[in-house]
Design a protein around this ligand. Structure first.
Ligand code: ZN
Length: 275
């Protein structure tokens, strides 16, 4: 049984910044994947410089969109929204691009790796919704089908997918304002983090007394950066994760558990709803 009472004790009367990773969304059906050196994904440079990867990433992105738009927030996402509404949580810095924190009702969400729910023009900077992009793609490709792929096949592996990329039939619509190249508003490998969420996360890190990491091993350096910022301004660290994380050795409290097992109970205890 995860030690919910100990986390509640650490948070009570303090301002908590929550740092989340893929582990909070896996029970919603969002896969946890990332490129590794031997499974290299398509990187920012491939995307902007090579038309086959530009078109292929959009093709796969459209299929992922059909899947992701059906995904609902988990009990963990909802518990964090309750904790923000009631006060103990001042905000969330997330490595996830699935938009589920916002969908669950959280307001202060710094999406450090961008969001799947928006599209940005690389030329004029125009930003619009992913659903509008989907309409544009389908208008331009009337005969094409975009089936939701099996979860295990969502990831693009450059070496494995090159032949499919060559054969890929999609036409990608240009920016409706300037005809420029469009990019999903998510951070691709090799691309810098977006400035606004970095600033927001930094401000939250400076304002919190406790930083709580949930569902991330912190192997991705973004989450660790936020944790270090918070700790440098005096915050205590609580880690909730299945399995070890990079921050365990720095933490005041480490709880081995999943977001759905821990956060709803934590919200009940802190908000006085526990039996
Ligand atoms: Zn444009």
């Amino acid at each position: 049984m995860p030690d919910v009472a100990a986390i509640a004790d650490a948070m009570r009367g303090h301002r908590t910044l929550v740092v989340t990773g893929a582990g909070i969304s896996t029970t919603a059906g969002v896969p946890d994947y990332r490129g590794t050196p031997d499974r290299r994904s398509v990187e920012y440079e491939d995307f902007v410089l090579h038309e086959i990867w530009y078109r292929y990433l959009w093709w796969r992105n459209e299929m992922s969109w059909t899947l992701l738009r059906q995904v609902a927030p988990t009990a963990g996402h909802r518990a964090l929204a309750r904790l923000e509404e009631a006060g103990p949580v001042i905000g969330i810095a997330t490595q996830n691009v699935d938009g589920l924190h916002t969908l669950a009702g959280s307001r202060q969400v710094a999406e450090l790796h961008g969001t799947f729910d928006a599209v940005v023009c690389l030329h004029c900077g125009a930003r619009f919704t992913r659903s509008r992009m989907s309409e544009m793609i389908r208008d331009l490709n009337p005969g094409l089908d975009f089936p939701a792929p099996p979860l295990a096949e969502l990831e693009i592996i450059a070496a494995k997918d090159e032949e499919s990329a060559q054969l890929n039939p999609i036409e990608v619509p240009p920016c409706p304002h300037c005809d420029g190249m469009l990019k999903p508003d998510v951070v691709l490998f090799g691309e810098p983090l977006p400035k606004a969420p970095v600033r927001a996360a930094s401000a939250l890190a400076g304002a919190c007394d406790v930083v709580l990491t949930v569902g991330t091993s912190l192997d991705v350096s973004t989450g660790m950066w936020v944790v270090m910022q918070a700790m440098e301004s005096g915050a205590r660290l609580v880690v909730v994760n299945r399995g070890p994380s990079q921050a365990d050795r720095l933490a005041d409290l480490v709880v081995d558990g999943g977001a759905d097992d821990v956060l709803p109970g934590l919200a009940d205890v802190l908000l006085g709803d526990a039996p």
